[in-house]
Design a protein around this ligand. Structure first.
Ligand code: FE2
Length: 266
């Protein structure tokens, strides 16, 4: 199974820019690249901060920008989003019985879970009792199947000073049910931090982040104030098969230095 992870697209209304960048133009390049190189993908998952201010005009632009994608798309919310504006713009995206934007997809590689960690007015994420009940029920229904998680906020300490207090505040509400799942957890994929990160928790959960398609945060571990660096639009190609899960970052627009045919090896 091939999944494309795009994250932190941060769209703004048409004609506006963000940190000197045009997030929609960058996302359009991602979409074009996916359709050229990965039109065979089974799914595109966008892990939140879809729009920068939850503006309806930005959600409409998001819909237009994603329209060329021929494969199914699952959208998640981040702290920058607005749940009601999102639901108005994307009525076909699945929600749970409580109206949270979370859903599952059953595959031959186990159950994929798409979580809603958005909490209005908070930079960090929340996972309330109602959402936890949904997660517990969803895991129970998965039986012995492994699960793979997609969500915006990292449920672990990512070690970046700026994000120290704005991760998933109720991480245990996600981790405890996962810990009890007999099928195991293949991987946890998130966004939020705008930079690539991969790791394993002490209890054995493997996790990684996508790289924002918009502005990239510098991987300066001790810097409490965010600063942004020049970057190319990026996305990840995630392969989920009998051998496990592998994720590759693809950056668009890098200049090729040499063709492999002239290269003697790595
Ligand atoms: Fe973001």
């Amino acid at each position: 199974m091939k999944i494309i992870q795009i994250t932190d697209t941060h769209l703004v209304p048409p004609g506006e820019t963000l940190y000197g960048l045009d997030p929609a133009a960058r996302l359009a390049r991602v979409v074009e690249d996916v359709m050229v190189h990965h039109a065979d993908a089974d799914l595109v998952a966008i892990t939140g901060d879809l729009c920068n201010d939850g503006d309806p005009a930005a959600y409409a632009l998001l819909g237009d920008t994603l329209a060329p994608l021929s494969m199914p798309v699952r959208l998640m919310l981040g702290n920058h989003d607005d749940r009601m504006a999102f639901r108005s713009a994307f009525p076909d995206q699945p929600v749970d019985a409580g109206g949270f934007v979370q859903s599952v997809l059953d595959t031959d590689q186990g159950r994929l879970l798409f979580l809603d960690t958005h909490h209005p007015g908070t930079l960090g994420g929340r996972y309330c009792a109602a959402r936890r009940r949904w997660l517990e029920d969803t895991l129970a229904a998965a039986g012995a199947a492994p699960v793979t998680l997609f969500l915006h906020h990292p449920p672990i300490d990512c070690g970046l000073a700026h994000f120290r207090n704005i991760g998933l505040h109720d991480a245990e509400a996600v981790l405890a049910p996962l810990r009890a799942h007999p099928g195991g957890v293949r991987h946890i994929l998130f966004g939020h931090i705008h930079v690539s990160l991969s790791g394993t928790s002490t209890e054995g959960f493997s996790y990684s982040s996508g790289q924002s398609s918009a502005h990239r945060f510098a991987a300066d571990l001790g810097e409490p104030a965010p600063w942004w660096v020049e970057s190319h639009p990026a996305y990840r190609i995630v392969i989920l098969d009998g051998a496990g899960l592998r994720a590759y970052v693809r950056e668009i627009g890098q200049r090729e230095l040499e063709r492999a045919g002239d290269c003697t090896g790595p």
